[in-house]
Write a protein that binds this ligand. Structure first.
Ligand code: FES
Length: 201
């Protein structure tokens, strides 16, 4: 946290709800997720239950795809911290979404290796093929296009990460269409919190 002269640093200031977005629909963990979370919390000292925050947030995404204000408040209540603590984590890590995203989140790397190898063109082709702009979701809710920093596959640049599951190399103009059409042909994927693609049986 950086210092701000206007910030009321008195006791309890951090308990404010600060920038937590619209509450949205009510949220509560399913009994299965709640049990899973309680089990995870046993791995930490009782006073450190909030260490399970990332796992809890993945469970929220597994349930409803993105993280609302109500969900943050529920997570805070369950793991014993403030909603602002949860919001800090949600807004710090790029894998947490505060707006609905598509079934397939396509993350185009724009860092040096990928940039030098045509990442900008890949983003443009992807957006053109899907009729969206970066950070938008297609009308059918199937794809969200995002630009990300290094995805850790620099030797294969330029790359797109699909739902944190695999890297797709896009070396030529036709690769984007092949990737998108292949994913569309696979059909629906279920949410699992990391937006990993799990084929339906
Ligand atoms: S620079 Fe693109 S994956 Fe590292």
């Amino acid at each position: 946290m950086s210092f701000h002269p206007q910030m009321p640093y008195g006791e309890g200031w951090h308990k404010s709800e600060r920038f937590i977005p619209e509450a949205g629909a009510d949220f509560a963990f399913t009994p299965e997720h709640r049990a899973q979370l309680e089990e995870l919390c046993t791995h930490y000292p009782p006073e450190r239950r909030k260490s399970a925050v990332i796992s809890a947030l993945y469970m929220v995404q597994a349930q409803q795809g993105h993280i609302t204000g109500n969900a943050m408040r529920h997570v805070a209540e369950v793991i014993g911290c403030t909603p602002a603590d949860v919001e800090d984590v949600v807004t710090y890590y790029v894998m947490f979404f505060t707006k609905p995203v598509g079934t397939y989140v396509l993350q185009v790397c724009r860092t040096l290796s990928c940039a030098l190898n045509g990442a900008e063109k890949v983003t443009a082709e992807l957006c053109k093929h899907l009729h969206v702009k970066p950070n938008e979701t297609t009308a059918d809710g199937m794809f969200t296009v995002m630009e990300f920093e290094c995805l850790g596959a620099c030797d294969r640049a330029p790359v797109i990460m699909v739902n944190n599951e695999h890297w797709a190399e896009c070396q030529g103009p036709g690769d984007v269409a092949t990737l998108v059409d292949g994913l569309r042909a696979k059909g629906l994927a279920s949410l699992n919190g990391c937006h990993l693609v799990k084929e339906r049986a």
